[in-house]
Design a protein around this ligand. Structure first.
Ligand SMILES: CC(C)(COP(=O)(O)OP(=O)(O)OC[C@H]1O[C@@H](n2cnc3c(N)ncnc32)[C@H](O)[C@@H]1OP(=O)(O)O)[C@@H](O)C(=O)NCCC(=O)NCCS
Length: 384
């Protein structure tokens, strides 16, 4: 196309808010069987506003807003120490108005965002997409030179309004932020994509806390200092209240899921005494918790992770609108065996693609070709 009249600008809340929200509503992301959609509740930039640096660009044709893209920048682990930290630029929220697709606007927006990354000394740009979003995969991999990088799994579990019974054999304790930061730096620094500013995440008001679980009877009362003997098995995770930022709602759910939701609401109303697992009402916007920084050590730690997930579930039952608990784990991470989730709501292979933005030959710029250094992956709650 002749893109002569196309203008790319920085997002201005006064001018572009309504247009971006409208575009988001009109754009279906990915394949028709996609289940959950995002509702930004009047704040289209909410998904990136907690990142250390962020930018949103819009594309305009005359007075019409036809495209949008978001990006954020942070420092994170990409290799094993000592040369392990790189500057990463995350690309998200690319949307082009349906009538203006295949005119090169999506590519232009990504390239403009990459310019901002390069101006800020970013080593790699990366993005995540559903594996079967053909348009997005072709755009990033075939057209713009991104490489297929990792395929973590997004696990989604509904919150039943009844609390689960927790095993009395396990102790759960809430950590202070300094204790949590100490443990994360001690045990997860070499995990891929571990954010250098973990303390900022833990201190953010959306972070509800970090908990550890360990077998009852073992003592562990000073989490924050080195030289202490830890229980033989233990697990930890943190919880981020994503529902404070934006809501999810059911999009084009498979018919079976839709019917199950509808009928279970009815069943719950008519036959509460049946005690069927109550399925939340996914038809109206709802909030969710994101579990991040899930780590475990020791032979019993799988059960402890499970226990922590149940603990978080029970916490969620007390929240007004938290209807699902979401987490994302490395594709080959055995954690997925211990984290409860519903297959029909989850995504088994979220495709992460990466591109080197510097033409340097040193090891840190060979990441796209490198195999994972660990099976685990740190998914930053600010990038959900
Ligand atoms: C994905 C999307 C952003 C592409 O935007 P676009 O402006 O149409 O992309 P471009 O015109 O720059 O296309 C560049 C290349 O991407 C690929 N591509 C784009 N749309 C495609 C489609 N529907 N099917 C297959 N390939 C496609 C092609 O390789 C294309 O190059 P070509 O036109 O020379 O063949 C747009 O389809 C969209 O908004 N989709 C809904 C939201 C979404 O899925 N966003 C991505 C989330 S990560």
């Amino acid at each position: 196309m002749g893109c002569g009249e196309l203008k790319i600008r920085s997002y201005d809340v006064q001018v572009h808010r309504a247009g971006v929200e409208d575009l988001e509503r009109r754009c279906e992301v990915g394949p028709t069987e996609r289940v959950l959609c995002i509702d930004t509740m009047g704040d289209p930039i909410c998904r990136i506003r907690n990142s250390p640096m962020c930018k949103m660009l819009v594309a305009e044709l005359g007075s019409e807003l036809v495209g949008v893209i978001q990006g954020s920048i942070k420092l994170a682990t990409v290799h094993k120490p000592p040369k392990n930290i790189a500057k990463l630029g995350y690309v998200l929220g690319l949307r082009i108005a349906p009538l203006h697709r295949r005119k090169g606007i999506g590519s232009r927006l990504v390239l403009e965002l990459e310019k901002w990354f390069i101006a800020n000394d970013v080593d790699y740009a990366y993005m995540a997409t559903e594996k079967d979003n053909e348009a997005s995969v072709n755009l990033f991999i075939n057209k713009l030179g991104y490489a297929n990088f990792r395929t973590p799994a997004i696990l989604v579990n509904p919150v039943d309004h009844r609390a689960l019974r927790l095993s009395s054999k396990t102790e759960v304790a809430k950590l202070k932020v300094e204790e949590a930061e100490f443990l994360y730096r001690k045990f997860m620094t070499s995990t891929e994509f571990f954010p250098d500013d973990i303390g900022n995440i833990l201190r953010n008001k959306l972070s509800l806390g970090t908990w550890v679980a360990y077998p009852r009877g073992e003592s562990w009362d000073d989490f924050g200092s080195d030289g202490k003997v830890l229980p033989r098995s233990w697990a930890m995770l943190s919880v981020w209240n994503s529902g404070e930022l934006f809501k999810l709602r059911l999009g084009k759910a498979p018919l079976s899921c839709f019917l199950y939701t509808k009928s279970s609401i009815l069943i719950d109303k008519i036959f509460p005494c049946f005690k069927l697992p109550a399925i939340p009402d996914f038809l109206s916007p709802f909030g969710f918790y994101f579990m991040y920084g899930v780590h475990h050590e020791g032979s019993l730690s799988g059960k402890l992770v499970q226990h922590l997930c149940q603990f978080v579930h029970n916490m969620a039952t007390k929240s007004k609108d938290c209807k699902v608990i979401v987490t994302e784990v490395g594709g080959k991470d055995i954690l997925r065996l211990h984290i409860p989730y519903w297959k029909s709501l989850s995504c088994p292979e979220d495709l992460w693609c990466i591109k080197t933005l510097k033409n340097e030959e040193n090891a840190i710029h060979q990441l796209p070709k490198a195999p994972p250094t660990t099976t685990s992956l740190f998914v930053d709650p600010r990038e959900v």
